[in-house]
Ligand binder design. Structure first.
Ligand code: HEM
Length: 423
């Protein structure tokens, strides 16, 4: 990498950042460098902001927790037009909470926040532990290697469906697991892997619409399950239309299943640092530290983008309405000024819990901004499954365990960490 760059000097309060201009469209470099794309440029130029062209548009990339706080604050950046269409259609999709702003967004977001009470979260964690036990004993009996990510996806799909109050056969659970996997796996790709995920998503949407229709017709949508809550939600005096309710049902399911990707990286960390196995089983603080370090280091969303709603300024860098801005999560979580020796897996960084926080699920206010409402549930589920994994006996067949940072989303090993459950 060596582009002719132009620094832009700003004057002001002393907290200013130097905005570097990198000429030419960098899309191909972003695709070939993957997660490292932003990090390399921030480090090479010693800055937290650079402007360039991506996918034919001017883009400004920012690094840092304060950049994330700015980006997530006060409705400054809308999400429509902020993500490549390929990722947007694989994940949240048209009409979802993520596409809304202001009062409409706050109203829809309540669905998710109301399901994150201690009671609902405990029920989801309980379902997950139960599903893990059931599946694990089957895998032990089969004595075949399984991909840890795929296995955890299966557990989480079953658990989330039961938690929501959606009855499903083993065959349906398997189909849903495969569809969610295809969507997640395809979200960060351009081309066949992405097209496959989006094709599978159409099947899931048909299924989700049928669930909404049937539960409404039978009156079971009125009961006090998480699905019932979603179906009872009212906007502008009426319930959500079938398509929108189906999209939000998928927005509860798919990201819950996505926690499996963190579980895959937790498995890799337990394998590489076996001293942590006993610690995470016996000590809640150590479990917290370990799972936070997994969330910090596991490469998942490389960045999140949005369009400026009005004129904005951050550390002397100005944005006009409509400007495209991305916060680089990967570079932020591996910023050596905040996380010394950032590529080293070291849970002891979190010995003081409030020391630094992880922003891989967004920042700022959950009700008022686009910060992930599922973050508390993610943390619960990751802890439940990390502890279960640390307690269990399994070995790791010979395989290439490198993490290819050019692939988005990245996997531990080539298949999401192959393990052989033993007991
Ligand atoms: C692997 C675990 C997860 C990761 C990495 C993750 C990541 C994220 C991120 C980065 C955002 C912010 C997007 C933006 O700024 O536009 C987000 C939003 C969202 N997440 Fe999660 N999430 C996870 C789990 C969950 C879970 C378990 C749920 C639901 C139960 C969930 C539901 C949502 C919803 C509905 C939004 C949109 C919020 C809004 O636009 O206001 N996520 N997630």
């Amino acid at each position: 990498m060596s582009e002719a760059t132009t620094p832009e000097t700003t004057s002001g309060t002393g907290n200013e950042v130097q905005l570097i201009h990198i000429p030419g469209d960098q899309s191909l470099r972003f695709l070939t460098e993957g997660y490292a794309f932003g990090r390399r440029r921030f480090e090479e130029h010693g800055t937290d902001a650079f402007r360039t062209r991506l996918l034919g548009r001017t883009a400004t990339m920012l690094r840092g927790t304060d950049a994330a706080e700015f980006f997530y604050g006060e409705g400054r950046f809308r999400r429509v037009g902020g993500m490549p269409r390929s990722a947007f259609h694989s994940l949240q999709d048209e009409g979802s909470v993520q596409t809304l702003e202001g009062p409409a967004h706050r109203g829809r977001k309540r669905i998710f926040l109301d399901l994150m009470t201690d009671e609902h979260r405990a029920a989801l964690a309980h379902r997950t532990a139960e599903a893990w036990e059931e599946h694990w004993s089957r895998w032990v009996a089969a004595s075949e290697p399984v991909s840890l990510i795929r296995a955890a996806e299966r557990v989480l799909t079953d658990a989330a469906l039961r938690w929501l109050g959606v009855e499903s056969s083993a065959l349906e659970q398997r189909a849903r697991t495969d569809e969610f996997h295809a969507m997640l796996d395809g979200a960060g790709a351009f081309g066949p892997r992405n097209w496959y995920g989006r094709r599978r998503r159409l099947q899931t949407e048909r299924w989700a619409r049928a669930v909404v229709r049937e539960h409404r017709a039978s009156g079971s949508g009125d009961v006090d399950t998480p699905l019932g809550r979603l179906l009872q939600h009212r906007e502008a005096g009426g319930p959500l239309d079938e398509g929108t309710a189906a999209i939000e049902l998928l927005n509860l399911l798919r990201p819950t299943v996505a926690v499996a990707w963190f579980v895959g990286f937790a498995g890799l960390a337990l394998h590489r640092h076996p001293v942590w196995r006993e610690r995470v089983v016996t000590d809640d603080h150590q479990l917290f530290a370990f799972t936070e370090e997994v969330r910090r280091t596991a490469p998942f969303f490389p960045a999140i983008g949005g369009r400026a709603v009005g004129a904005q300024t951050w550390r002397g860098v100005t944005f006009a309405p409509g400007d495209w801005v991305l916060v680089d999560f990967f570079a932020t979580q591996r910023d050596p000024r905040v996380w010394p020796d950032p590529d080293r897996f070291d849970p002891s960084r979190f010995a003081v819990p409030e020391h630094h926080h992880v922003i891989v699920q967004g920042a700022g206010s959950m009700p008022d901004g686009h910060r992930c409402p599922g973050e508390p549930a993610t943390v619960d589920l990751l802890r439940v499954l990390t502890r279960a994994l640390a307690r269990a006996t399994w070995d790791v067949p010979a395989q290439d365990l490198r993490v290819d940072l050019r692939r988005m989303p990245a996997l531990p090993g080539r298949e999401g960490l192959l393990i052989r459950p033993r007991g």
